[in-house]
Design a binder for this molecule. Structure first.
Ligand code: DGL
Length: 271
């Protein structure tokens, strides 16, 4: 099989990573993708690092059954705690997480160097964004807070309107009031771009909002091009796998992927 016939594996705790898959498919339209959503065990964001590492290694093992050319950890929480373990397990292909691209985009966007990050509890606790930003800009001030209700709202499709707006104010008003001058906000969770309008409404127009999905897609494209393994022609394809409730995955996931997903498009697998 030629290099261009191989697949890009993508995994997440559930449907959220479909925001990353959407950006990847737009950036790399000729590629074949296999996406695994670990819906049986979502959320990862409230679990211990040890558990998330174990889950991420199981997802990696399942995707390694496909002819992979690259593996993308679309989940911020898994990227934050499991990237080194996944890289060690699947050393033959490049593994790209969403934290480094998100940190890079935040550092490029920020003028004053004060960057806020909203994410899951696990991502904030592990400090991965804080470290990735300070590696690039040692003088940066980083304020990271968990915003777990955004995950539930996005899952329920309550992305706009008074409830979404109230939750956005609940998290963001104290953050921006207490932290002083912030000019950049990182959406450090797969679900948060779905609430982009409510988040923008709460922070106002003067703040740069960074969504790592887009930057990650650019990273993956450049990594494939550097290695000479990018697919240059042909129609791309997406294969969807879930560990539980494939019909729910199709229904909720359609919003994240921004296209309808037929229920029989999602294959149920066990890890
Ligand atoms: N995918 C997770 C993340 O980006 C959010 C959902 C979860 O907690 O599993 O951190």
């Amino acid at each position: 099989m030629g290099a261009s016939a191989r697949m890009i594996g993508v995994f997440d705790s559930g449907v959220g990573g479909l925001t990353v898959l959407r950006a990847l498919a737009a950036e790399l339209p000729a590629e074949q993708f296999v996406y695994l959503g670990d819906t049986a065990r979502l959320p990862y964001g409230t679990k211990s690092a040890e558990t998330v590492v174990r889950y991420a290694l199981q997802a990696t093992a399942a995707l390694a059954a496909f002819p992979l050319k690259c593996l993308v950890i679309a989940c911020n929480t898994a990227s934050a705690v499991a990237l080194p373990a996944v890289r060690a397990r699947i050393a033959s292909v490049p593994v790209i997480g969403v934290i480094e691209p998100g940190a890079e985009a935040a550092c490029a966007a920020s003028n004053c160097g004060h960057i806020a990050v909203i994410a899951t509890e696990g991502t904030v606790r592990g400090g991965a964004y804080q470290q990735a930003i300070r590696r690039r800009r040692p003088e940066a001030q980083v304020t990271a807070v968990p915003a777990p209700l955004f995950v539930a709202l996005a899952e329920e499709g309550v992305c706009e309107g008074p409830i979404a707006e109230a939750v956005a104010h609940h998290y963001l008003d104290p953050l921006f009031a207490a932290a002083g001058r912030i000019d950049t906000l990182v959406l450090g969770c797969t679900h948060f771009p779905m609430l982009g309008r409510a988040i923008r409404g709460a922070v106002g127009p003067g703040i740069d909002i960074v969504d790592s999905a887009q930057t990650t897609a650019g990273h993956v494209r450049r990594a494939l091009e550097r290695s000479g393994i990018a697919a240059s022609a042909g129609a791309g394809a997406v294969r969807l796998l879930a560990t539980d409730a494939p019909q729910r995955f199709a229904r909720i996931g359609a919003r994240f992927l921004a296209r309808p997903i037929a229920p029989d498009e999602v294959e149920l697998i066990d890890l």
